[in-house]
Design a binder for this molecule. Structure first.
Ligand SMILES: Cc1cc2nc3c(=O)[nH]c(=O)nc-3n(C[C@H](O)[C@H](O)[C@H](O)COP(=O)(O)O)c2cc1C
Length: 193
């Protein structure tokens, strides 16, 4: 429990979170301690059986170059031309920090079905993004067909893991403030009778 005043302030801050795409991110990205706080927030997602069905992998510094090469190779493998491959490589280099999101779903778990584990992964991802926002960073979860590229999967995943994509993180150039195209509370919250 938090006291009401600080809870209201935190809630207002949460309600102002919108995704900020890589085009609108600049240096500096979050540091190691801030990323650890984001991971701590992710760990507060409801997790039936405490299975920890997610992992985050930080891509920063020189690792961004390596990821850019992988993105370009995946683009070529998908039949894209050199200009398109260069654009895909740029996607790895543009955000100051990217964080790969991996799910490890135990399909044979006796108590916790796969959909409950996926719900935890979604909660973790959302908490991570919210923590980034509360620390003053912008972020956006991005995927694309490249998450299914065998070379990229081999580079990021242990056996049995699924690559969801990457959270692009950095200092926002602007604060997006909706409105979202999504439906509102009346669609999301209904009475059951
Ligand atoms: C797993 C996952 C993958 C996503 N991949 C993409 C993507 O490749 N491109 C994209 O524009 N949005 C993608 N999105 C959606 C954005 O991250 C974002 O949620 C959406 O633009 C809505 O913005 P909002 O977070 O401000 O509501 C993805 C979301 C999730 C959860």
């Amino acid at each position: 429990m938090t006291d009401k005043a600080s809870g209201q302030a935190a809630l207002q801050a949460l309600l102002s979170r919108y995704s900020v795409g890589p085009k609108h991110l600049q240096e500096p990205g979050p540091g190691r301690d801030e990323l650890a706080l984001m991971a701590q927030a992710a760990l507060r997602a409801p997790d039936h059986g405490e299975l920890l069905p997610f992992r985050f992998k930080i891509v920063q510094g020189a690792a961004r170059e390596r990821m850019a090469q992988l993105f370009a190779a995946a683009a070529r493998a998908a039949g894209k031309d050199e200009a398109a491959a260069a654009l895909d490589a740029e996607r790895a280099l543009r955000p100051p920090v990217s964080v790969a999101v991996l799910a490890r779903i135990d399909l044979g778990h006796p108590q916790v079905p796969a959909h409950e584990q996926w719900a935890c992964v979604g909660g973790a991802l959302s908490n991570f993004l919210t923590a980034a926002h509360l620390l003053g960073y912008g972020g956006k979860m991005l995927s694309g067909a490249k998450v299914r590229d065998p070379g990229i999967q081999a580079a990021f995943c242990d056996p049995g893991e699924t690559l969801l994509g990457w959270i692009a993180l950095g200092t926002p150039l602007r604060r997006p403030a909706g409105p979202s195209r999504k439906g509102g509370v009346d669609q999301a919250l209904q009475d059951w009778a």
